[in-house]
Design a protein around this ligand. Structure first.
Ligand SMILES: C[S@@+](CC[C@H](N)C(=O)[O-])C[C@H]1O[C@@H](n2cnc3c(N)ncnc32)[C@H](O)[C@@H]1O
Length: 315
């Protein structure tokens, strides 16, 4: 499937693009120092999926057919699940760089263009090796070993995904639904709802636009908030002056938009604010007044997890 990447090319000026990507690069370099903790956190997150799946369905995730929407350029969750022998698959617009090879880079250039090619080459040569080694070590502590099953990584637009009815027990998705165009949202949800098994669960966790990090500017990424660093943009710049643009497509959906969307297609079991109070230190009285049309909850949230089930009597 040929699909255009949505994680490149939104910024109009070359200098703005270079600045955004330079900040992103520095963030990745800084991340090289704590890979071990990052991989343990990743496995703990997957344990969280298993716990929710068990809680909601009474069944073990080991027996589930699992499907990830938007596994990303660093598809660590899907690699971790498949390496541990779980029956997991996923789809992404961008061709993943599962192993470093010229052939893979050429394929990425063909499918997703030159910019994605450049980003993938840098990522693969500098970061992937470290990250995969750390993942292998974290899996080793659980008696597993990193194995790359490339057939589990589908490439294409989720809006065109056609899965057999009732064939998936667990969908999950992290940081993806805020990037899907508004015009595709209902079609995507309808397709996932029909593919969900009778007793299945979907854990969809978007970054909601109205939070401090919702504008996807690297200088407001969650891990930067503890640091006293100088920034070019204001807190909640994306809801205020909007002088800077993230290097990706954002549909700008608010919490209530997601709630209404999911309620149209699923039974909404729970809505979890995964980082309540995110960015509180930056919400001055002045900004609060300026942003009075947004609720406290939606300004002080980051990622939200929607726990969804198949609606009874869905044809
Ligand atoms: C911010 S990244 C998140 C990746 C990964 N889930 C993670 O947490 O690291 C968003 C991913 O969603 C993918 N994506 C966005 N829209 C998509 C679509 N319509 N179909 C498939 N993948 C999509 C992008 O290609 C990108 O890899």
């Amino acid at each position: 499937m040929n699909a255009r990447s949505n994680s490149v090319g939104q910024i109009r000026s070359v200098s703005a693009w270079a600045t955004e990507n330079w900040r992103f690069f520095r963030m990745r370099v800084a991340g090289l120092t704590n890979q071990r903790a990052a991989m343990q956190a990743l496995l703990a997150e997957l344990d969280g999926y298993a716990a929710t799946y068990k809680e909601v369905t009474g069944r073990s995730m080991r027996d589930a057919t699992i499907f990830e929407i938007g596994y990303g350029a660093r598809p660590l969750r899907l690699l971790a699940l498949t390496s541990q022998g779980l029956n997991a698959y996923g789809i992404d617009l961008d061709t993943p760089m599962l192993t470093t090879s010229l052939g893979n880079l050429v394929q990425i250039r063909r499918s997703n263009g030159w910019l994605r090619f450049g980003k993938s080459a840098i990522r693969s040569l500098i970061f992937d090796r470290h990250e995969r080694r750390a993942l292998d070590a974290a899996l080793g502590a659980r008696g597993a070993k990193l194995v790359v099953k490339s057939e589990r990584f589908l490439v294409g637009d989720v809006v065109n995904l056609q899965l057999p009815e009732g064939s998936v027990d667990l969908f999950y998705s992290e940081d993806v639904f805020e990037h899907i165009p508004l015009t595709s949202m209902d079609a995507v949800c309808a397709s996932l709802a029909q593919a969900l098994s009778e007793n299945g669960v979907a854990l969809i966790s978007p970054v909601v636009f109205t939070g401090l990090s919702g504008g996807h500017l690297p200088e407001w990424y969650p891990h930067t908030l503890q640091k006293t660093q100088s920034r070019h943009s204001k807190p909640w710049e994306h809801l205020r002056d909007r002088r800077y643009t993230a290097d990706c497509h954002l549909n700008e959906m608010r919490l209530s938009d997601f709630e209404a969307l999911f309620a149209r297609h699923f039974a909404v079991e729970a809505i979890r604010n995964l980082q309540p109070d995110h960015g509180r230190a930056f919400l001055s009285d002045e900004i609060r007044n300026e942003l009075h049309s947004y609720s406290h909850e939606e300004l002080l949230g980051y990622k939200w997890c929607f726990v969804l089930r198949r609606r009874p009597h869905t044809p």
